[in-house]
Design a protein around this ligand. Structure first.
Ligand SMILES: Cc1cc2nc3c(=O)[nH]c(=O)nc-3n(C[C@H](O)[C@H](O)[C@H](O)COP(=O)(O)O)c2cc1C
Length: 404
């Protein structure tokens, strides 16, 4: 029976010290030139001290022309390796495995943020209200797809050189790789669209290119949706097939999440057993044949222990609970009957409540405070957090923030 304290040996041969993972949370702590700001090493030193076995960075972009939000960190060349190295050192303290999440937003980038517009598998706009936030993208050409594959590989190799202990490809939550997987967003008729085999080609080619760039002994993980939760989108059946394909390639850890901007289940989902995607994870783990992690909605030690003990997953991911209590993992590992204070945020203002947007703004503000050694209290003054983020980054930037 697996316990949170058990070490986990990955297919690449690397052993991580326990079964708890900090999920990626975009910190928006990039400088104007997209290098990591000094708050990042400080923040990750705090998390490394909290016992969690694997720490995922917030998404780091592979192309400065394609930001997902203002303040993104970008790793596309050697310019800022010293700053990345400082981040890697602090986030690896005490034997934590610090992995960099690599991302490209595709069409899920706020209107006007990227001067050259946005790209996607196909020129399919978002429906309804989201069309106001995101412009209609241009379809990528095949040479551009190959160029992006090389970019993911280059960024992964740079992360390795900077001292990060692994990388994760972000193929969940509606960003570019997730857009390719979805038959709703990918209506290409070439070898990158159509059948599921074609839709997953881009992800698998990136995986292979990254593996070739970092070598066989370096953890390469993928974050994947269980489903997009929209009609005609990426389904659970599709997801199980992608999990199997990644398993065959020896993916070191598949992290299961779910949802997109249209249906932000990763932020607002309600799991029947305390986790949003635990039931699906159990089925995916059987198909994977490689380690599987499930993230979203875990709030108490008992549920985490149960998911591991019954074999629904090999590791459990925590995001928001580690912002309000960076030592939450240490307490679970000590066997405490701990329960997180994280609850859905409420302002009393209908439009804001229940929007992934409020969650993002509050936790972003909270991560800044954590990085400065300040106290963070669960659910505290959500409107004040919005105001502080607006004061720091400008109201325009706040309005252009993404949802997850
Ligand atoms: C502020 C914030 C930023 C996030 N940024 C990312 C991200 O960059 N990449 C990602 O895969 N997920 C991101 N997420 C989603 C989390 O990794 C996680 O899947 C989600 O919060 C559910 O886990 P939780 O219930 O433990 O918070 C973000 C979540 C929050 C709150």
């Amino acid at each position: 029976m697996t316990a949170p304290t058990d070490a986990l040996t990955l297919p690449c041969g690397v052993t991580v010290k326990n079964r708890l993972l900090k999920g990626a949370m975009s910190e928006a702590l990039g400088r104007r030139d997209h290098a990591p700001r000094p708050e990042l090493p400080a923040l990750y030193a705090r998390w490394a001290g909290g016992g969690t076995g694997i720490l995922l960075t917030g998404n780091v972009m592979v192309d400065a022309r394609a930001l997902g939000e203002p303040g993104n960190v970008v790793l596309e060349d050697e310019r800022h390796l010293a700053e990345f190295h400082a981040w890697a050192v602090q986030g690896s303290r005490g034997g934590a495995a610090l992995w960099m999440q690599l991302n490209h937003p595709g069409k899920q980038a706020p209107r006007g943020l990227n001067a050259g517009g946005t790209v996607a598998p196909s020129a399919v706009p978002y429906p309804g209200g989201l069309a106001r936030a995101f412009e209609t993208p241009r379809a990528l050409t095949v040479p551009e797809i190959h160029d992006l594959t090389a970019r993911f590989a280059r960024s992964a190799r740079l992360a390795q050189r900077a001292g990060f202990g692994g990388v994760q490809l972000h193929a969940a939550h509606g960003y570019l790789l997730s857009q390719f997987l979805s038959p709703r967003h990918n209506v290409r008729t070439d070898e990158y669209g159509g059948s599921l085999e074609h839709r997953m080609r881009f992800l698998l080619e990136i995986f292979d290119a990254v593996r070739a760039a970092v070598g066989p002994r370096f953890p390469v993980s993928v974050k994947l949706n269980s489903s997009d939760f929209v009609r005609g989108g990426f389904s659970e059946e599709d997801s199980l097939a992608v999990v199997a394909a990644l398993g065959e390639r020896g993916c070191d850890l598949i992290e299961i999440s779910g949802g997109t901007y249209e249906k932000p289940m990763m932020m607002l989902g309600q799991g029947e057993r305390g986790g949003f995607f635990a039931d699906f994870a159990g089925r995916a783990r059987a198909a994977a044949g490689v380690p599987l992690c499930v993230t979203g909605g875990f709030r108490d030690a008992a549920t985490i222990r149960q998911v591991l003990a019954e074999g629904s997953a090999d590791a459990v991911g925590l995001a928001r609970p580690l912002v309000t209590d960076p030592d939450f993992s240490a307490r679970v590992l000590r066997g405490e009957d701990v329960s997180s204070e994280v609850r859905p945020l409420k302002t009393g203002l209908g439009l804001l409540d229940g929007s992934g947007y409020l969650e993002i703004a509050w936790y972003e503000d909270a991560m800044r405070r954590l990085a400065r050694g300040q106290q963070v209290r669960a659910g505290e003054a959500p409107l004040l957090a919005l105001a502080r983020i607006a004061a720091e980054t400008g109201l325009g930037a706040v309005l252009r923030r993404r949802r997850a």
